[in-house]
Design a binder for this molecule. Structure first.
Ligand SMILES: O=C(O)CC1=CCC(=O)O1
Length: 92
């Protein structure tokens, strides 16, 4: 199943900068691992926001939740999930 996922990050200002940098480095590693698995085929920055729009290609809700909640930034993200179905006029 395909899902469009919008993740908006908001890190509390009282977390020490070195801890924030550590979390971001772990986030990047985990994101690369998932992309390399083929389950996260698109990851795009939303211009002007600390936010991304992604496409996930997974078995279903449980797998998507498991991947999203494995991200180190998960506790600091607001996530909007939109399940996608084939459009009848799509030629792709
Ligand atoms: O920077 C973001 O949009 C949050 C994020 C998700 C995957 C990643 O590497 O960073």
């Amino acid at each position: 199943m395909l899902y469009c996922v919008e993740m908006t990050v908001s890190i509390p200002r009282d977390i020490p900068l070195d801890e924030v940098e550590r979390i971001k480095a772990s986030e990047k590693e985990r994101a690369i691992d998932i992309q390399e698995s083929g389950k996260w085929p698109h990851l795009w920055r939303v211009v002007g926001e600390y936010s991304n729009i992604s496409i996930f290609d997974v078995e279903g809700n449980d797998e998507l939740h498991s991947l999203l909640s494995s991200l180190p930034l998960f506790p600091f993200m607001k996530i909007k999930v939109t399940p996608l179905a084939k459009h009848p006029s799509s030629i792709f």
